[in-house]
Design a protein around this ligand. Sequence first.
Ligand code: ADP
Ligand code: MG
Length: 275
Amino acid sequence: RPPAPRPRATRVFVVANQKGGVGKTTSTVNIAAGLSSLGQRVLVIDLDPQGNASTALNVEHRRGVPSTYDALVDGVVLDDVITACPDLKNLWVVPATIDLAGAEIELVSVVAREGRLRKAIHGHPWVGDAESAGEERFDYVLIDCPPSLGLLTLNALVAGEEMLIPIQAEYYALEGLGQLLETVDMVRAHLNPTLAVSTILLTMYDARTRLAAGVAEEVREHFGDQVLRTAIPRSVRVSEAPSYAQTVMTYDPGSPGALSYLEAAREIASRGVSL
Ligand code: ADP
Ligand code: MG
């Protein structure tokens, strides 16, 4: 597998869509696995109290494990809550425990509450460019957001430079997207002026239905080049993988789901270089 060129500096991606079940977590862990297999150094930050990304990456996330909560609420440095993924090279994880469910409320009274994650990420010695962070730098940080537009997602939007929005190719796909984009505009205007919706990924695409094709066409019309050429097919192997604490990239590397995620990762890596 030919390695992809490394970006000049760490690219921080926010994987967000306030709709649940559209493939945020699945896309986060599989693109992370794909990027790492292309020789990129990747950090996944699990920002969903459900901890599904932690599960898929085989990282412990029971109560008491150092986690995103500690970094966000108690200001613990990121390095102290990072775990190496036991199965995949070049991949690190900040797990989410159920404590994170309380963070949304606990953060309300905290100073600079929406900038906590940004501070944690940018305080890590492996985040930056070749000069500041050296060869050990992370090439990608992927933040897996919960299905809401509360303080957790807001923290991610302030922390990131790029957004990856997974869109499920089904009838209600575009519903709610307006609200997400309004939130992005608000964040841009007040908190993070350079946040860009760089990447849209069509997920659970069923090429046999006209409905999916129609939705895909509509999404491409609306978002143009932001939409990755690769769409992720609906595939039972993709949904089985997490129950074995695996990504589909290791569970069934030759399956259409795995190959599509690898291709999507390749696209993301190659676009970044020309950005
Ligand atoms: P979100 O994080 O947005 O809530 P998930 O990534 O957890 O969404 O996906 C929701 C459900 O759909 C999960 O059960 C997941 O396994 C399943 N799923 C995601 N992508 C696919 C796919 N390409 N094919 C089949 N099932 C999928
Ligand atoms: Mg999720």
